[in-house]
Design a protein around this ligand. Structure first.
Ligand SMILES: [Zn+2]
Ligand SMILES: [Zn+2]
Length: 117
């Protein structure tokens, strides 16, 4: 195993006045000691950033929810403000109804219960 084969992650330095990395939203002090920081976008290899997704419908940058559930982080599907979702079950494009099982879904895999009555 050579030097190059070691997996290193390079994160984007937080912008001035910010305390979290723009690539993965973490405090630099929480990152593994082996990880690197850069101010050069082209050198950023943080996977959360590389996994970024542009909406195939409107071309906007999509977002997704990351929820820390204690034993790990649950990551929802990519979703766009236009209604497109990576997960076809949550796809709200083409005017599909978001109402499901007494609640409303969003394109990022969320479900919110509607107030009953
Ligand atoms: Zn990062
Ligand atoms: Zn879109």
């Amino acid at each position: 195993m050579s030097e190059q084969e070691r997996i290193e992650v390079t994160h984007k330095c937080p912008a001035e006045g910010e305390s979290f990395t723009p690539c993965c939203g973490r405090n630099p002090f929480e990152l593994p000691r082996t990880d690197r920081m850069t101010i050069d976008d082209k050198l950023v290899t943080c996977r959360r950033r590389n996994a970024g997704q542009d909406c195939p419908r409107c071309g906007s940058e999509c977002c997704r929810d990351e929820v820390d559930v204690g034993v790990g982080v649950m990551i929802g599907p990519w979703g766009c403000a236009c209604g497109w979702s990576e997960d076809s079950r949550y796809d709200l494009s083409d005017g599909k109804s978001p109402v499901r099982d007494g609640g409303v879904i969003d394109s990022r895999g969320g479900w919110t219960r509607l107030p009953s009555g």
